[in-house]
Design a protein around this ligand. Sequence first.
Ligand SMILES: [Zn+2]
Length: 272
Amino acid sequence: MMPMGSPAAVRVGEYEIVPVTDAAGVLPLAGKFTGASDGDWAAARALDPAAFAEDGGWRMDIRCYVIRRTSDGWTALVDAGVGHEHSPAAGWSPSAGRLPEGLKELGVDPGDVSVVVLTHLHFDHYGWCVDRRGAPLFADARHVVQQADVAALPPDSRAEPYALDPLRRAGLLDPVDGRTPMSPGVAGVTLIPTPGHTPGHQSVLLASGRDEVLITGDLLVHAVQLVNPAVAYESEADPARARAVREEVLAEARASGRVLATAHLTEPFIRL
Ligand SMILES: [Zn+2]
């Protein structure tokens, strides 16, 4: 298994998949993962050395992906990062979110985005759904989330008042149920339920012939879960289910040659 270096984009058929880093920095690592042996940690360090900060912390990227169809510029965004300096993630995030600047550097205006996929409703994935005024930032985009994730939100989650309510009021929230094509007229892009991290966690599969990329959200959050998918992360709602789905997805990726595009590992693209 290997990181693919840092390509600016990966191509699948008529789509290009472009990583955009919203935030990055060091968070505590101790106690976050259970079930990892010393060998697992050594393998993880070999695979993703930059994730291991000198102070023993976890250097993490918080990354979104732009999907762009080269023929006509149709554009989607997968995940919306930590958001602005007053977002729910602001007290946790190791740095301020810069997704709007990152999109601008790619020549993407928020108004160009037709679909925003939220892999799940943790605060480092929905931050830029709204701007500093609380209005939808991607004002012409359908925001797709699994209904199971909306239904499972704890009463104290800030996802509802911060992101989902404004999106609903603007008619931009589209909860879906299960495996779903991304959009009518958008061939080869499918939302795939990958529950466990949250009850309605989903991934995005792009497929064209033998070329496949799976944008994995938080199916795995650290290289240690890539070297040993049985390793649990503390934020997983259902660790047993998360483990089973992770094992299944990694086995499938290994068999198919499918590239994984993760939210939090240092290298955006991994081939097993
Ligand atoms: Zn995350």
